[in-house]
Design a protein around this ligand. Structure first.
Ligand SMILES: [Zn+2]
Length: 483
């Protein structure tokens, strides 16, 4: 099937100029041709490569829904236990549907929250089906973890601070014995055998070095090399992870991971908020990818990742939303703007160029998620992952027609301007509406289900305030605590 898309403005490539009045021809999932339109465009469209969300978790519940705002990462994570288990297809379809509406064609689903209502492989199949029903490409990263379930290091002092009831509940919820390392690795390959293909790939998803034993990490590295399978993990997200890593691996956490065989082109590391210069250089030298999540880091009090410095040192850096948007509505356009504003530089000095920001948001993540360099540009032969913005709405109040289009995109484009999304040529979003599923109906059903089942987490929710206070005292004993 051949599709023609008219572009009043075309941003074909992060490094190239914008063009006007072009026709893009799509056939068999790829861009077949880009040529000047036969007549002056009347479409009112800006067409650009679709976004990549290179770090996320198929999450749907927002912080303000469960009282998890303004909480540091280490206390925020256990608070997620307040969310009741729901049907995995429903929750994943809502997550991916929201992503599609925001202009995301490709997403990492680091599957850290297992609903557990069915067998794992059945759940993975449901998530893969949700991605296919919506129509976006995903990498499903199977979470592996086997240590430090509550804090980085010994947890006894935290448990001692809890009331007996809270301690029993927290122990039951978080301190169960993990699966043996060999079984966790085998589960990744079994998941791949069950769900890979048709827009879905599988990656190893070690939760992070503080949550994975060396035994588990080295088995993952070995199996990743044998199968050529990619690895996605959190790395140095918070100051407390940095402190733990420095104490545990005085030779350097990156050197340690490198010695295990985990720093290579198959690897992508989420966050890197607290990476040092030599660590960035090692990541660049090994051709690994960093995925920076700016809004998430701000909301969860993790800090500001040195994005411009990573680029200066030669790292490939991709953009992630991590399920934590600034205003709780996933918006890669807003995230790209925030990245640019934070890192472009002061005065007349430029530390991060527009081309670099566009590569960060549109191209670099394709390598991390899909493992290939295809796409991220609208040129003949490339994957037809295209985003159409409402150019008329973006420029409705413009005075000067010579304003560069990218000025407009960087200063005001938001998800509400997304008109259409094509993924491999498939019309996944049409006039702002997801075509493959009824997203508003699914969101309503999900909310009803979450409310109905909320009582199921009453016991852990009763223990969480105690736990949050104990974690604060553990990580930061002399901190001012805001009540
Ligand atoms: Zn994450």
């Amino acid at each position: 099937m051949t599709t023609r898309i008219e572009a009043a403005v075309l941003l074909a490539d992060p490094g190239g100029p914008t063009q006007t009045n072009q026709t893009i021809t799509v056939a068999d999932g790829r861009v077949a041709a880009v040529a000047p339109a036969a007549s002056a465009a009347t479409s009112g469209n800006l067409v650009m490569p679709a976004f990549v969300n290179a770090h996320d978790h198929a999450r749907v519940v927002r912080n303000s829904q469960i009282g998890n705002f303004d909480v540091a990462l280490e206390a925020w994570l256990p608070q997620l236990a307040a969310i009741p288990a729901v049907d995995p297809w429903l929750t994943a379809a809502v997550a991916f549907g929201r992503s599609a509406c925001a202009g995301i064609a490709t997403e990492m689903a680091h599957y850290t929250r297992v609903q557990g209502l069915t067998a794992y492989l059945d759940e993975a199949q449901a998530v893969a089906k949700a991605a296919r029903d919506v129509g976006i490409r995903i990498a499903f990263a199977v979470q592996c973890r086997d240590r430090n379930p509550l804090v980085y290091g010994a947890q006894e002092s935290v448990l001692k601070r809890l009331s007996p009831a809270a301690c029993a509940c927290v122990s039951q919820k978080f301190l169960g014995a993990p699966l043996p390392a060999a079984e966790q690795v085998a589960l990744v390959e079994a998941t791949a055998a069950a769900i890979e293909g048709d827009g879905v790939t599988v990656q190893y998803g070690p939760a992070g070095p503080q949550w994975c034993s060396d035994d588990l990490l080295s088995r993952i590295a070995e199996s990743s090399a044998v199968h050529g399978r990619r690895v996605h993990m959190h790395l140095l997200e918070s100051r407390y992870q940095r402190a733990w890593a420095d104490k545990t691996y005085p030779q350097g956490i990156l050197r340690h991971l490198d010695a295990l065989g985990l720093v290579n082109s198959r690897a992508s590391f989420a966050h890197g908020t607290w990476l040092g210069a030599d660590e960035m250089e090692l990541i660049a030298a090994r051709d690994a990818t960093i995925v920076v999540n700016i809004s998430s880091n701000l909301v969860l009090r993790s800090g500001i990742a040195p994005l411009a410095e990573m680029l200066r040192r030669g790292c490939r850096v991709a953009m992630g939303l991590d399920g934590v948007a600034l205003d709780e509505r996933e918006d890669p356009l807003a995230e790209m703007q925030l990245a640019y504003l934070l890192h472009k530089g002061e005065g007349f000095e430029t530390r991060m160029s527009r081309e670099q920001v566009l590569r960060f948001a549109l191209a670099a993540g394709r390598f991390a998620v899909l493992g290939d360099q295809d796409g991220g540009a609208i040129v003949p032969g490339a994957a037809a992952d295209l985003l159409v913005l409402d150019w008329d709405a973006l420029t409705a109040d413009r005075l000067d027609d010579t304003v560069p289009p990218l000025d407009t995109v960087f200063s005001r484009a938001r998800r509400r301007h997304v008109k259409d999304l094509y993924v491999a040529g498939r019309h996944v979003v049409r006039d702002g509406t997801v075509t493959g599923v009824d997203l508003p109906a699914l969101e309503a059903e999900l909310l009803t289900t979450l409310r109905r089942r909320f009582g199921a987490t009453a016991d852990i929710r009763a223990a969480l305030p105690d736990l949050r206070a104990a974690l604060g005292a553990h990580y930061h004993p002399d901190a001012f605590v805001c009540s």
